[in-house]
Write a new protein. Sequence first.
Length: 209
Amino acid sequence: MPLPTKRRLSTDARREQLLAAGARLLAERPYDEVSIEEIAAAAAVSKGLLYHYFPTKVDFLVAAIERGQDELAELTAPDPSLPPAAQLGASLDRFLDFVEEHEAAYSSIFRSRGGGDAEIQAALESGRRQRMDAVIESLADWEPAPTGLERTPALETAVQGWFFFVEGAVLRWLEERDLARADLRELLGQALIGSLQAAAAGSPRAAGV
């Protein structure tokens, strides 16, 4: 009777296996402390195979960041089953769940702003743009948002500025833990409302906000 052969993974499946193994390590330690050798060992593959899929550590980190950004975008997408006013709080809760699960990676990557590497910074900016688009698209049905908001440079600037505020506030919270998570969530939500009101203030259609 012939011995069963080991099933070979497809290219996409192998990449996902390697990224999942790396994500587990990055969730526990800063990315600059995790070596390619450790990632390969965690995935139970040779270092050579890892380099076959990711020629450099930066290539791996960019792919891992993009994977995390996609996961975060999916997690924080507005839940249409909830009333519009409750969607922001639910999205922020899922965001904070993600941050706490990946605390080491979040703190390391966002505190260093990608460590000055252009590819990592581009991946982070792409994720912000993806989430910014999702927030702006959801505004039409979101009751706390000021009326009359249209997609303008002022609105995009306000929402992007809010994302940087969120990153800074969450980094401080992870470091200090001197604010209850529920209070942090409320602060982040109110900051978004304030940013939207500021963007709408110059619009005649938003008079009275």
